[in-house]
Design a protein around this ligand. Structure first.
Ligand code: SAM
Length: 303
């Protein structure tokens, strides 16, 4: 039985949409539907709540959480970067609310056979969408050493990336590396003990690469900025400095500035979080996964 996912920055996410008249909401990372429940409860005016997730199992969970709003919620299995097509297929012109809470859910981490966690002996899979073709096993056993080192360094900020990549290549010459436990065994002696599990950064890096999480975020935010109507808002929760930088850059690129007077202002963004919102000490105590969360919010201007 997996632990229920605790939604991060829940109160702050609800506040992000305060005062917005929402007809259609797009939740790009529905997960277990925790944020969705809170948003639907505070916005009875919502007519359609599109809940998108790559992971078909998320929908089973969300179905239970969102039972009282069954008529309003539409589950979409897919990537949030496909927002333009998802809206087009449903003949929806624009949305008034867009939320993404990127990364993995507690349910995904707890399902050992999916290999997201360094605890356990699942296969090195890590696909959020089980029908996608690239797995962590492919990366570890087939990618060139330099590419593995780059992934570990860039996406995991792992200082010992080159040493780990070298060790991976040495082992795979003898036999393929197939499980999370086998990978942990390679990483542990190189990284050594510290405040977090020695394989944390390696697993995070592989997961980001397998699911093209940074590319998704860039494309998804551009699509959101285009499809949110004036007065509507975009909220992004990220867990990694690279993700936060992508959100900040995307918002800044479209930010309304004095220079963009008149008609040009329409379609620009007003950034509502000069600094991202972060969890309180109390939230971090109750949910360690929230410790690196950052929430950025922007509002579409114009009319
Ligand atoms: C942190 S959980 C979301 C939790 C949810 N907000 C809640 O309160 O229950 C992230 C979810 O987003 C999904 N996900 C991650 N990247 C995605 C993407 N690019 N497109 C669609 N779903 C994605 C994952 O499968 C996972 O279920």
């Amino acid at each position: 039985m997996s632990a229920p996912h605790i939604s991060v920055l829940l109160r702050e996410v609800v506040q992000a949409f305060d005062g917005v008249e929402i007809k259609t909401f797009f939740d790009g990372t529905l997960g277990a539907g925790g944020h969705a429940r809170a948003i639907l409860a505070t916005h009875p005016e919502i007519v359609r709540y599109i809940g998108c997730d790559r992971d078909p199992r998320a929908h089973e969970e969300a179905l239970k959480t969102l039972a009282p709003w069954r008529e309003k919620v539409e589950f979409v299995r897919g990537s949030y970067s496909e927002l333009p097509d998802i809206l087009k297929e449903r003949e929806i012109g624009c949305i008034q609310g867009f939320l993404i809470d990127v990364g993995v859910s507690s349910m995904q981490l707890d399902e050992r056979e999916r290999g997201f966690s360094f605890r356990g002996d699942g296969p090195l899979d890590m696909r959020m969408d089980p029908s996608a073709s690239l797995t962590a096993e492919n990366i570890v056993n087939q990618y060139p050493e330099a590419e593995i080192a780059r992934i570990l360094f860039e996406y995991g900020e792992e200082r010992r990336s080159r040493q780990i990549a070298k060790a991976i290549v040495a082992i795979r010459k003898k036999r393929p590396i197939r499980t999370a436990a086998e990978l942990v065994k390679i990483v542990e002696p190189i990284v050594g003990r510290g405040p977090i599990h020695p394989a944390t950064r390696v697993f995070q890096a592989l997961r980001i690469a397998v699911n093209d999480e940074l590319g998704e975020l860039e494309r998804g935010l551009e699509a959101a900025i285009e499809h949110v109507s004036p007065g509507g808002r975009i909220a992004v929760i990220s867990f990694h400095s690279l993700e936060d930088r992508i959100a900040k850059t995307a918002f800044r690129k479209h930010e309304w500035r004095e220079a963009k007077r008149g008609r040009e202002a329409s379609g620009s963004l007003k950034i509502l979080t000069k600094k991202p919102a972060i969890p309180t000490a109390e939230e971090i105590r109750a949910n360690a996964r929230s410790r690196s969360a950052k929430l950025r919010i922007a509002e579409k201007i114009g009319g």
